[in-house]
Design a protein around this ligand. Structure first.
Ligand code: GDP
Length: 332
């Protein structure tokens, strides 16, 4: 039975659903009544910890979350899935997303983080499914261009990851211009949470501060402490992604807090949350340096504020406390 006031059924496909952003976005869309499909990679170990709490038995008639094996390197699989799922929105959050690792695996990073986006866009175009498309673009595309960075700032990527993201940014724009797809880039500055991967600097620091406070670890080995980043809270950023796809016209947006802190500042925030002095516990290890570094990223999200009413509320000092407290809880 349908009612005149009911919104049409909305169905999202999320690539990268097992990641930090994918898990928060799946929660948000399920809350909003969407049916959510996620692309997951087959692995000999389970990799769905971040979404296990959302999982429902697909035999349950009320189930609205469905997971499918697939990969951004497998284009024909993407066509099959798009045709079968008939999504109204597609969020491309899948990638080899670690900057340091992209120097070790530059070709693989290009195949997934770069060309994977083309495979997904091509699957949408070829199937004729009128899905709106969100591309997870990154502040790493700005690289060496000095801050503040906004939607008009020229790109100067400093890693294979950054270069692959620049390619994906342009292919997304090209599909918008060439085929009139509703395809947008969210250019997100670093966004963190207790679900962040353990080798990203914020989570690494938060985990170490809690482990050292609990007497389970002595030393934290770190690379460049002078890098400046604009760290926001991932849970708020997925709301911005969704708003970009609800807009009247497709446009690219920066999401950022506009604040600038160094890695050293983040150490200070996390260690002081457990009453420790980071200087007593941190040692330098050159293995964490990058062959070319991004010195300073500070975003200007005024377009997102003006058009979408989006604004970051959680700023780095509070974010560091949230993350450190979550790790203290995990120690108990
Ligand atoms: P990125 O901005 O996407 O590279 O995010 P990361 O969290 O991996 O790194 C943020 C910054 O922290 C970069 O400038 C790194 O060079 C710096 N950094 C310093 N020490 C470390 C470390 O031990 N691990 C990581 N991941 N980054 C570090």
């Amino acid at each position: 039975m349908t009612h005149g006031t009911e919104r049409p059924a909305r169905t999202a496909l999320i690539t990268g659903i097992t990641g930090q952003d994918g898990s928060y976005l799946a929660e948000l869309l399920l809350e909003k009544g969407y049916t959510v499909h996620g692309l997951i990679r087959r692995s000999s170990t389970f990799n769905t910890a971040r979404i296990d709490h959302l999982y429902q038995d697909p035999h349950d008639p009320a189930a609205r979350l469905f997971l499918h094996h697939g990969d951004l390197t497998d284009g024909s699989r993407l066509v099959t899935l798009i045709e079968r799922i008939q999504p109204t929105e597609v969020y491309n959050l899948a990638a080899q997303s670690h900057v340091r690792v992209s120097f070790d695996e530059p070709e693989f990073t290009g195949m997934t983080t770069g060309l994977g986006t083309t495979r997904l866009l091509e699957a949408i175009r070829a199937s004729g499914v009128p899905a709106r498309f969100y591309q997870a673009s990154s502040s790493e595309m700005f690289g060496a261009t000095p801050p503040p960075q906004n939607e008009d700032t020229p790109f100067w990527p400093r890693s294979p990851y950054g270069a692959a993201k620049v390619y994906s940014y342009w292919i997304t724009r090209n599909y918008r211009e060439a085929y009139d797809l509703f395809a947008v880039n969210g250019i997100l500055f670093n966004h963190e949470s207790p679900r962040r991967g353990e080798t990203f600097v914020t989570r690494k620091i938060a985990m170490a501060a809690a482990a050292i406070a609990a007497g389970k670890q002595e030393t934290l080995f770190m690379g460049n402490l002078d890098a400046v980043r604009d760290w926001g809270y991932a849970k708020e950023y997925v709301e911005g992604m969704w708003r970009m796809l609800q807009a009247d016209t497709p446009r690219d947006y920066v999401l950022a807090t506009g604040t600038s802190y160094t890695v050293r500042d983040f150490l200070e925030f996390c260690f002081s949350a457990v009453d420790l002095e980071w200087q007593n516990h941190v040692s330098f290890d050159p293995r964490y340096l990058r062959p070319s570094e991004v010195d300073s990223l500070v975003g200007d999200a005024s377009r997102a504020h003006a058009d979408l009413g989006w604004k970051a509320e959680v700023l780095p000092p509070q974010l560091a406390r949230i993350m450190t407290q979550a790790e203290v809880q995990a120690q108990i």
